[in-house]
Unconditional design. Structure first.
Length: 68
C-alpha cells in the first residue's frame, strides 16, 4: 500500500517521465478546439493547462492531442 509520502514520490517520477508537460497541446471539446500548454499534473491525475489567452483549465478526461 502506498503511504502519502510514496504517492508524492510516485507523482514526481510520473511528471519527470511525462512527455506532455511543457508542450503545446490541442484540447478537443464538443464545441471547439483549444490551443494550450500542459503545465502540471495534479495529485488526482488532473492535467492543468494554460490556454493561449492565459486562462488555466483543469482536465480530468477528454481528448488532448500532442504532436511530437
Amino acid at each position: 500500500m502506498l503511504g502519502s509520502g510514496n504517492k508524492d514520490t510516485l507523482l514526481q517520477i510520473y511528471k519527470h517521465y511525462s512527455i506532455i508537460l511543457g508542450r503545446k497541446v490541442k484540447i478537443v471539446d464538443e464545441e471547439e478546439i483549444i490551443q494550450a500548454k500542459a503545465i502540471d499534473i495534479m495529485q488526482d491525475g488532473t492535467l492543468m493547462v494554460a490556454s493561449d489567452d492565459g486562462m488555466s483549465k483543469y482536465l480530468k478526461w477528454g481528448d488532448v492531442s500532442l504532436r511530437l
